[in-house]
Design a protein around this ligand. Structure first.
Ligand code: DGL
Length: 274
């Protein structure tokens, strides 16, 4: 890191609320750090948008978090990790600033869960189209076959708190049936979208018991812990007073109400323009 840096909070970015499910795990495992969460609720969803749009939106939000003093930003959003992370890492980072995503931590350890080497990925259309999971998993484990299926209705169901409704059951059952129809040996399903763990009780009803269902929050939290342990030059610049701040590009009162569902506790949010 460069020696003009001062220590600052860890930034957590998502297109909306979903990243709070990842943030919750990070904050539980690493409560000593300060964090700023930024949800781009005004422009959610990212999952249906083009590469260029997701890249531009993500870059604006990441730079806002840098302006707020963050030196390290986690893209707690699969779509942003799939479509924007690499370009930002390669072309846009100011000296001393770092950005990490949620795909690499998952793909690095996924082989631990499968016996059949057949893995299912449930994600947004954008993440599926990017093929990021396929590419990353096969980089580490060429013997693993990856089957993908996009679930365009799951994010709106969660965003609108329609989690345990007839509609949610209909779409979850249909999409799981379609994924498992691609290969009868899939023994591990990755919920490769930050919103999907919120649907877990419904998902579990339609996934056979012998199939592992993987939520990313705990995996990403553990991976960040190990990263900070390995990179003391970065860890030194993460401030440690256990302060949390929440920003949204949309209505903060609305954010506070919905954040309770994703984060599991009451939060105070402020509006921010990016
Ligand atoms: N956070 C996004 C993801 O994990 C889902 C919501 C969206 O489409 O913006 O892919």
């Amino acid at each position: 890191m460069d020696n003009t840096l001062t220590s600052g909070p860890i930034g957590i970015f998502d297109s909306g609320y979903g990243g709070l499910s990842v943030f919750k795990e990070i904050q539980q495992l690493l409560p000593q750090y300060d964090y700023i969460y930024l949800g781009d609720n005004a422009r959610v969803p990212y999952g249906t948008r083009s590469f260029e749009t997701v890249y531009n939106y993500t870059k604006q939000c990441v730079f806002k978090l840098f302006d707020l003093g963050c030196n390290l930003v986690i893209l707690a959003c699969n779509t942003a990790s799939a479509k924007a992370l690499r370009t930002i890492q390669q072309h846009d980072l100011p000296p001393g600033k770092k950005v990490l995503g949620v795909i690499r931590p998952t793909t690095e350890i996924i082989h631990n869960f499968t016996q059949t080497n057949k893995i299912g990925i449930l994600a947004t259309t954008g993440t599926v189209k990017s093929e990021s999971y396929k590419i990353e998993i096969q980089k580490f484990n060429p013997e693993i076959e990856v089957f993908q299926h996009d679930c365009p209705f799951w994010v709106p169901l969660v965003e609108n708190n329609e989690i345990n409704t007839e509609g949610a059951h209909y779409f979850v059952q249909k999409d799981i049936h379609e994924l498992l129809g691609k290969c009868d040996q899939i023994d591990t399903i990755v919920l490769a979208c930050t919103h999907y763990p919120l649907l877990l009780p419904v998902i579990e009803k339609y996934v056979p018991k012998n199939i592992n269902i993987i939520s990313q929050g705990p995996i990403v939290a553990k991976s960040l812990q190990e990263y900070l342990h390995r990179h003391t030059e970065i860890e030194t610049y993460c401030s440690k007073s256990s302060q949390l701040a929440f920003y949204t590009t949309d209505d903060p009162r609305d954010f506070e109400t919905k954040a309770k569902v994703f984060f599991g506790k009451q939060v105070d949010a402020s509006h921010i323009s990016v």
